[in-house]
Design a binder for this molecule. Structure first.
Ligand code: UDX
Length: 435
């Protein structure tokens, strides 16, 4: 079976590499020629654990190729996956121009007996619309929708060991082709669900919106904990033991970011309205999460008695979450901007050494270790939950700072361990009694 993947971003590249790991011949296409050149040289453009090893292995095995020539990349494929971006437009709806651009480019070349599979997150009805778009061009191929559920930083693991595979199909032919592509997972007893196109499309948005809502819920509970003397970590554990709730995605923090939750919640709300349906819970999730940035800024400013002018602020972690270099919609962007505007001297250490971050933050200093970053600091602010921050020697940190003030927006530490080292400690959802 020959598989082609169009788009070599977080989803496309991981999918292409993992399909080649399943043993299929895979060609990955991108219209960014310099990116393709880097990939052909074995250079991985994204920060994903184990991706480089698998990519190199399968390139050497002669079953993984990269090209910017759509015709050459598509003409022999049995399955063509579209994994290009669907970013938010200013009105919150999904921008489908890249999808239609990719489909238009491949239309003259795709085999008539191939199956075109949309993997990008698209509003309900888009896959069917693409089928009609191709029919108008005289191209009658099977179409399907196969959402991805890849978390950045764990994308390879999530592809090779997913909780389930969802396949939106319209024919036995498409069903058989996709069943064959995912047979290695079937052999691992991973549930494979065949649904209609619209069900598969909506399942992707519903999953992300629910997870975003769950995170936002615990963040709202954290706000209450800070006023009433409860501990949000303990509340999260206490409710998470209920199997109907589950312990994951109940970690209070600065609010969700990334390339998916923000855009998918907005897109869901927008296209639901186009169907004449209101989604108040999703809308409130979006609103609550957006407001959380300013709540976190207030928490930091309150800790500094509203004066950071000429203060040394040591920021630890700026990516939207740990184990990624992705800065898209990261809470750190508005937080660091505000501190700079208030006259703070901001130093940043992020273990990913994200190039995106270096392009976003101007007028800051960059460190290469946690400890260097905290030398002479008047306040240490933790914005991302990198594992290495949990291993930090707080006593060493205490010796290096100029003022022992620590604001931990990811509850990396326990209150007692921090206070034992002499820091004044502010965190999320742990009551004032603990601070
Ligand atoms: C998400 C979905 O998990 C994935 O299935 C989908 O395919 C893409 O979108 P991702 O955006 O990579 O993945 O990150 P995720 O790990 O889901 O975290 C999303 C945001 O929620 C991050 O900002 C993270 O910091 C935040 N989060 C997550 C919390 O604040 N608390 C939690 O308990 C979990």
């Amino acid at each position: 079976m020959k598989i082609t993947v169009v788009g070599t971003g977080y989803v496309g590249l991981v999918s292409g590499v993992c399909f080649s790991e399943f043993g299929f011949d895979v060609t990955c296409i991108d219209n960014n020629k310099s990116k393709i050149t880097d990939l052909q040289r074995g250079k991985v453009p994204i920060y994903e654990d184990d991706l480089e090893r698998l990519m190199t292995k399968n390139m050497h095995a002669g079953r993984l190729f990269f090209t910017s020539d759509t015709g050459a990349g598509v003409k022999d494929a049995d399955l063509v996956f579209i994994a290009v971006g669907t970013p938010s437009k200013s009105d919150g709806s999904a921008d489908l121009s890249y999808i239609y651009g990719a489909v238009g480019d491949l239309a003259p070349h795709i085999r008539k007996d191939a199956t075109l599979v949309i993997k990008s997150t698209v509003p309900v009805g888009t896959t069917r619309a693409i089928k009609n778009f191709l029919l108008k061009k005289g191209v009658d191929v099977e179409v399907a929708f196969n959402p991805e559920f890849l978390r950045e930083g764990a994308a390879v693991a999530d592809f090779l060991r997913p909780d389930r595979i969802i396949l939106g199909v319209e024919s036995i032919k498409a069903e058989k082709a996709l069943a064959r592509a995912y047979r290695p997972l079937y052999m691992l007893s991973i549930p494979i669900l065949f649904t209609g196109l619209e069900t598969a499309e909506l399942s992707k948005y519903a999953a992300n919106a629910f997870l975003a809502m769950k995170v936002t819920f615990i963040n709202e509970i954290a706000n209450l904990c800070e006023k009433c003397g409860a501990d949000v970590q303990e509340v999260a554990h206490a409710i998470g033991l209920d199997k109907r709730i589950g312990e994951l995605f109940l970690q209070a923090g600065p609010g969700y970011g990334g390339s998916c939750f923000p855009k998918d919640t907005c897109a869901l709300s927008t296209f639901a309205k186009e169907f004449g349906v209101e989604t108040p819970l999703v809308d409130e999730t979006i609103k609550s999460n957006n407001e959380r940035r300013s709540k976190m800024i207030k928490k930091i400013m309150d800790a500094c008695h509203n004066d950071v002018k000429n203060k040394n602020v040591a920021v630890l972690g700026v990516t939207f979450k740990a184990n990624t270099d992705d800065m898209r919609d990261s809470p750190s962007i508005s937080i660091v901007d505000y501190l700079l505007k208030e006259g703070a001297r901001v130093k940043i250490y992020d273990p990913s050494f994200s190039e995106q971050a270096k392009n976003i933050f101007k007028g800051v200093y960059w460190s290469t270790t946690v400890y260097d970053n905290c030398n002479d600091a008047d306040i240490v602010v933790i914005l991302t939950d990198w594992a290495e921050f949990r291993a930090v020697n707080l006593r060493e940190l205490r010796r290096r700072v100029r003022n022992p003030l620590l604001v931990d927006l990811r509850n990396i530490y326990t209150v007692p361990e921090v206070k034992a080292t002499g820091f004044v400690y502010h965190s999320v959802g742990r009551s004032l009694l603990n601070e």
